[in-house]
Design a protein around this ligand. Structure first.
Ligand code: SF4
Ligand code: SF4
Length: 328
């Protein structure tokens, strides 16, 4: 147990040990995951971060290398020791999904891997899921441990910390002087907390979605679904599990930039041929990729039920309704 009154001391000690600490900081438009400059910046009054935390491992854009004097100079690997504090369990879970993509058996992305290796994830269980949340329908829970090193529960005046990985356990041992051992009442409070939060999460029936989607590739439902879509790409940029990117040469450098399957230029070939020329095909790609292709490739649905695409879409497209409509 860590008393909230002592959290500043704990974080100050972590910062003094050379860690950059990112945590929930109140901004004009909500609470965002930002670097803490002082320990007073932290706020626990939030549902979730507006933007997904994936950008800490997979930035919006990043330099890969420069050319100079006919030589390629690779960008140095990121070495900052980092703490991500207050990550919600759905977002922490998305990290383990991104690991499947960027730390694959056949190819490892060294930039992503270095950031992952140098980062301790401390997540914060949800005590008040939003109406847009549906993590329990896609294999998560408001107190899920996948993708995190330490899971904290807000029990009012204190935080209950649970070790979820060896790295998390070793890290907490270094700061044991800030923590006390929970008593039976604390353990019961956490159990009650989990049961209450789970009951609040909306349930969506997407059972056997992957199997059913296999029959829907040529269905007219995609035309209907895509009719309203503006191709703005917001749903993909806000999604913690979307990982598509483009590589661009800019004068003397090559950069990697997030891309979105909802854009007309996505997968446009140099010949001018576009395998997905209409929004209908692009909408199909987004749903199929999340609920069928990743199941075939990685054995999991690439949606953690965070609901960001539901709340961010300017024309109120709701992926929960969309998938149910497609699979019937
Ligand atoms: S956010 Fe909505 S309008 Fe924009 S691309 Fe996604 S589904 Fe279409
Ligand atoms: S598809 Fe929507 S609800 Fe699912 S993880 Fe992405 S943003 Fe969250």
């Amino acid at each position: 147990m860590l008393k909230k009154a002592d959290i500043n001391k704990f974080i100050a000690a972590v910062m003094n040990n050379g860690y950059k600490v990112f945590g929930p900081v109140k901004q004009e438009d909500g609470v965002s995951l930002s670097e803490l400059k002082t320990t007073d910046d932290i706020s626990f009054d939030y549902f979730n971060f507006i933007l997904p935390p994936k950008r800490h491992f997979f930035p919006w854009s990043e330099l890969l290398y420069k050319y100079k004097d006919k030589t390629i100079h690779e960008a140095p690997l990121p070495e900052d020791k980092t703490i991500l504090l207050g990550i919600r369990p759905c977002d922490a879970r998305s990290f383990s999904f991104l690991d499947n993509v960027f730390i694959d058996d056949k190819a490892v992305d060294p930039y992503y891997q270095n950031r992952r290796d140098n980062t301790i994830v401390i997540s914060l269980a949800c005590n008040q899921p939003l109406p847009s949340c549906f993590c329990t329908s896609v294999g998560g829970t408001p107190a899920g441990k996948e993708g995190t090193d330490i899971l904290a529960y807000d029990t009012g005046d204190s935080l209950f910390f649970e070790e979820c990985s060896e790295r998390g356990s070793s890290f907490l041992k270094l700061y044991s002087k800030f923590f006390s051992t929970p008593d039976q009442a604390d353990v019961q409070a956490v159990k009650d907390f989990i049961a209450k939060a789970e009951k609040q999460v909306l349930s969506v029936n997407i059972k056997n979605a992957a199997e059913k989607l296999k029959e829907k590739f040529y269905d007219s439902v995609w035309d209907k679904l895509s009719f309203r879509c503006l191709s703005c790409g917001v749903c993909t940029f806000f999604c913690p599990t979307c990982y598509c990117f483009g590589l661009y040469d800019e004068r003397d450098r090559r950069i990697r930039v997030h891309d979105a399957c909802m854009y007309k230029g996505f997968t446009l070939e140099a010949s001018g041929h576009n395998p997905r020329p209409t929004q209908s095909e692009r909408m199909r790609q987004r749903i199929m990729h999340k609920f069928l292709y990743t199941v075939e490739n990685f054995g999991k649905i690439f949606c953690v039920g965070c609901g960001r695409c539901v709340t961010a879409c300017p024309v109120n497209m709701d992926i929960r309704e969309n998938i149910v409509e497609v699979i019937g």
